[in-house]
Structures are given as C-alpha cells and as structure tokens.
Design a binder for this molecule. Structure first.
Ligand code: LLP
Length: 414
C-alpha cells in the first residue's frame, strides 16, 4: 500500500490532498497516514503469528502521543530509552507490562519510576547499571525484571553513526563478558533474570547481520540454560531498514522465517524493537518553496523547512525523496533544496531534478521516523505541526509551536 500517491495530478495522503492540509495548517508540517502505520505494524506482527512474541515499538523514532496511542490500541508494546519516553507512553495509554527500557544511561529516578509502574523488563548495558538497579529496586521493596544487552560484535553494514553492535560502540556488554554478569545477576536479591537483548544498529537492509547476531544470542541462551539460568525471552532489537530511495531491504516475512528457524524448538518468547519500519514511510514533511535562487554554479530552492525539522540529511547525509505536490510540466532544472537556517549543512536534498516555482509545495518523503523526533528549535524556529490523516479526515495531533513558547522558560537577570 502506498499511503502517499498522486490523485488527479496532486499528491494526497490517503484520501486527503496535501495542498489542502498546507492551506489549512500551514507549512512546514508533518503528515502521517494512520493506515500506513497500522499496516506496517500488522505486517510485522502477523509475520510472527503462532510464535509467542511481543512487538515493542522503539518510541524514539516518533513519539507523538497519537502515534503511540494508535500502536497501543493494536496491542503493541514499547521500547523506551528515557523517563520522558516512559511518561509519554503512559500518557498515550501504553500498558506498562508491555514496556522494555533500553539505553546505556538510566538514572536512579528513571529506574524507580519504571519499577513503580511495573514495566516488563530493563535492558541493562553494564555491570554498574546492574548494581544500581539492584539497589534502587531493593529500596522500593521490588524485584526488577532484567535482561542484558549483549554486543555481538557484528557489522550491520549501515552508517557508522547508527551502528551499535560492534565492539568499538558504547552499547551493550561484550558477549564474552555476559556469562559472568548473568551469574552475578542470578545471585542478586532485587533483580530477576528474564531475558537477553541486542540491537546491532539501524537502517540495516541485509538479513545476514541480523541472523549472525541472533545466532550468537541463541548460543548464549543455551549456555546459560546449561548452567541453570533459564531465560524467558530474547529481545532481538530493531534495525530493519526501509526504502528511502531504491534500496532492497528486508521483507518482514523473510526476517520472520529466518528468526523462526534460528529459534527452533526453544520455548522463548521473542521480543522486537522496530522503530523506523513501523513509521518511517508513513510520514512526509510538507514544505513550501520560499525563494528560488538560480546561480552559475548551483540552483538553490529555499524552502520553509530546515535542518531543525529534518536533521537526517545534515547529520548522516541521508537521502529523502522530494516530490512536488502538484508537479509542473515545464522543463526541469537541478535544484539544491535548502532551508533558511544559517548553516551550509542546512540542506534537505541535493541535486533534485524538478520544475519549480516560488510558492510550490514539496513533500519530503520517508519522514515518519527520526524526523520530528530529532527536531530542534535551532535558529529559534518553532517546531512544525503534526497531522494524522485517517481516510478522508485529518487530525491535528501536535500544534505548531508558538514563538513565545520557545523562551517561556527563560529568565532575565535582575
Ligand atoms: N532498539 C534500540 C535499543 C535502539 O537504540 C533503536 C534505535 C531501536 C531499537 C530502533 O531501531 P530502528 O528499528 O528504528 O532502526 N536517528 C537515526 C537512527 C538512530 C537509531 C537509534 N536506535 C536515523 O535517523 O537514522
């Protein structure tokens, strides 16, 4: 299903013309498709039908309450990495028993809140974190469910900034050290060993790194079980890539078949933490061309969205498809699509062949994941509005920030 498609020569989200959304709500804004999010979740979830499993959406990809709530309604769990995400998940109606808490630097206060709420599992990343959690849980008279995030030292063959499962990365416990840490945990009074966890990186388009990492984790599960440490679940993280341009990526059914085969007869529950693949292609960033600045060297199309709205091109040199909302039929030119921010890194796309005029609307595709979630107020730019289209209806799910809000918490010196 393509949620964003041309209808009578105009780009629409489900049944709603993007131009009408821009006219009503202004630009820049993010437009998401409810159907696309739901379909992505169902496709992944159904691929594991018949096997005990839980999909925990990695909220960092897009933590808008409406999106979290839509997924919660479908029975989705959540992977959180901060107290802020925990609060959002609860505010959006998530079931705490379906929340896993990842991240290398959980604070005592975050641990305590998650314990009070009764989350499913803490994914621990160091020996010190284990000691802390044991202490925090003890002080609350609780036993914390835990798993260790092991670092399998597998190259996910993705951008180096989003590679997490290599031994030089800060994430996880070296797989060789895991056994002794599990033994240590098994002897602690305020933690309960529940599982094993891994996440080797993001935007991974090949199946092999996932399988290589998973087999290492399954081997460890067997060694632990031989020692009498029986795990209940294995959390294989997220990381499945989406198509931004023309990438061949992993089909959920192929991924599921491979993981089912590796699981074999073991009676372990499977946990997953997909982020990007559930929401990435379910959203676009809608922006308007402010000025055209043709030049001898390069032609610049200055739009009203910028790196503060969509950081991925500046940070990772990421490629996002750019579509004219109402394509013109004149001769195209090669354009640099740039924002108003005062940085040369402020670009959304390089070298796009388009026939543009000032005032035109552009849709930057694949902007459902790690776009609004990574946005900022750089250059004192209010963050964009967010909308969810559901059939023929558009819901405003986040109001555009007002400029006054940007400095509402600042004080002058006496
Ligand atoms: N689990 C953990 C522990 C993670 O750290 C991540 C992402 C995920 C799951 C979800 O991964 P996904 O299925 O979305 O690939 N800002 C970057 C991506 C950073 C990913 C960080 N961790 C980007 O825009 O490409």
């Amino acid at each position: 299903m393509t949620a964003f498609d041309y209808r009578d020569g105009e780009l629409a989200a489900e049944g709603v013309a993007l131009a009408s959304i821009a006219a009503r709500h202004g630009t820049p804004c993010f437009v998401y498709s409810r159907a696309a999010i739901e379909e992505a979740f169902r496709t992944f979830d159904h691929a594991f039908a018949g096997v005990p499993h839980m999909v925990c959406y990695a909220m960092k990809a897009n933590s808008n309450l409406a999106i979290v709530n839509l997924l919660a309604r479908l029975g989705c769990g959540f992977d959180i990495v901060s107290g802020g995400e925990l609060a959002r998940a609860i505010a959006a109606g998530a079931d705490p028993a379906r929340i896993v808490f990842s991240g290398v630097g959980k604070t005592d206060a975050e641990m305590a809140r998650a314990l009070e709420l009764g989350i499913c599992c803490f994914n621990l990343e160091s020996a010190s974190e284990l000691e802390h959690l044991n202490r925090v849980a003890g002080s609350l008279g609780k036993r914390a469910p835990i798993s260790f995030r092991v670092n399998p030292d597998v190259d996910p063959k993705t951008h180096r900034y989003i590679s997490t499962g290599l031994k030089e990365n800060k994430f996880g416990i070296a797989i060789g050290d895991a056994l002794s840490l599990y033994r240590r945990a098994a002897g602690l009074p305020h933690v309960a060993v529940r599982g094993i966890d891994m996440h080797i990186g993001s935007q991974i388009t090949a199946l092999e790194p996932h399988c290589e990492a998973a087999s290492k984790a399954f081997e460890l599960v067997d060694r632990l079980s031989a020692e009498g440490i029986a795990l209940e679940h294995i959390d294989l993280g997220g990381g499945i890539g989406i198509r931004y341009r023309d990438e061949e990526t992993i089909a959920p059914t192929d991924y599921a078949a491979a993981i089912r085969a590796l699981l074999g007869e073991r009676s372990l529950k499977l946990l997953f933490e997909p982020g990007r693949m559930l929401v990435g292609n379910a959203g676009v960033l809608l922006t308007r061309v402010l000025y055209l600045k043709p030049g001898a060297e390069r032609n610049f199309a200055i739009v009203d969205a910028a790196m503060n709205d969509l950081l991925r091109p500046a940070l990772y040199d990421a490629w996002h498809e750019v579509c004219a909302v109402a394509p013109r039929s004149g001769p195209p030119a090669v354009w640099q699509i740039v924002g108003p921010v005062c940085e040369s890194a402020d670009f959304l796309a390089h070298d796009r062949v388009l026939d543009l005029a000032e005032g035109d609307l552009l849709a930057i595709l694949s902007a459902g994941a790690y776009a609004m979630a990574m946005s900022s107020n750089y250059n004192s730019r209010p963050r964009a509005a967010e909308l969810v289209v559901d059939g023929k209806t558009t819901h405003l799910v986040r109001l555009r920030e007002a400029v006054e809000e940007l400095f509402a918490h600042e004080n002058l010196l006496p």
